[in-house]
Design a protein around this ligand. Structure first.
Ligand code: F6R
Length: 262
């Protein structure tokens, strides 16, 4: 697990965008797993800027989103499809045919989840998967207690997640109680996993995910077992890490051997 601590949200977002840009330039038809929520907004903004100013080309890129609220239509302003269009997809030259987001209106949920997994496999698997982390340590909507081998499925949201997400809805009652989410096992198959966290309110979850035991109580802790994970944090999110100084030292030494950005 590589831990990169940035001085600000802005720096963190730009570093994560740079990593994705390197991947897309190396392999123009990369399969990129995407997340919604507040955390990746700066990364999406920077990727859109790179597209506009530096010609970063998304024409062949294929994307798979982690999750979608169950029961929301794609044009619902709080659906994750709407979020992705507004905050990223419409700002780059991605082919809509290459965009995959779980179907929140699926009649046969199970069949639709099986199909989602199959389309990830058919695309050759995910090259780089972007993740945020919930205050309860979730990745995707894999709430505490989710199996670390779980696959794409319907998940009942935890109360903490429902109240955290209420800020995007008119009232708490409007927040969906279910989501379709990639499982921890699905996420784990990505070749490179990039987790972003910003702000002091994430610092407990970050500490437990990186330095705590691997447990279903903090589904992000499963990432400790993955061979290639990069965690981008700002100072506030990194504040409770026991080995924070060591992680910074490691990064400074990587610069010395010219491995700072890879
Ligand atoms: C979003 C997702 C969630 C969020 C997490 C953090 O697609 O899968 O796991 O990444 O809830 O959300 P923010 O970034 O809003 O704090």
């Amino acid at each position: 697990m590589r831990i990169r601590i940035a001085s600000s949200y802005f720096e963190m977002s730009n570093a994560a965008a740079k990593l994705i840009a390197v991947q897309v330039r190396r392999k123009p038809d990369s399969v990129v797993g995407l997340a919604t929520g507040s955390t990746p907004l700066g990364t999406y903004r920077e990727l859109a800027r790179m597209h506009r100013d530096e010609g970063l080309d998304f024409a062949e890129v294929r994307t798979f989103n982690l999750d979608e609220y169950y029961g929301l239509a794609p044009d619902h302003p709080q659906s994750y499809r709407y979020f992705m269009n507004e905050n990223f997809l419409r700002h780059v030259n991605i082919n809509p045919k290459n965009v995959h987001i779980p179907n929140g209106l699926a009649k046969d949920i199970e069949a639709s989840c099986v199909e989602y997994e199959a389309s990830i496999r058919d695309a050759g698997g995910i090259d780089v998967q972007l993740l945020g982390i919930g205050r309860d340590g979730h990745i995707g909507f894999n709430e505490p207690g989710s199996s670390l081998g779980s696959r794409t499925r319907l998940k009942t949201l935890a109360q903490e997640t429902i109240s955290d997400n209420a800020r995007f809805f008119k009232s708490l009652d409007e927040v969906p109680r279910f989501a379709i989410t990639m499982g921890v096992g699905t996420i784990f198959e990505a070749r490179h996993i990039v987790l972003l966290a910003s702000g002091v309110e994430k610092s407990d979850a970050v500490k437990l995910a990186i330095e705590g035991p691997v447990t279903t109580e903090i589904t992000a802790s499963a990432l400790q077992l993955h061979p290639r994970v990069t965690v981008f944090l700002d100072e506030a999110a990194a504040e409770k890490l026991k080995r924070k100084d060591y992680y910074k030292y490691v990064e400074s030494m990587r610069q010395v051997v010219g491995q700072g950005d890879v």
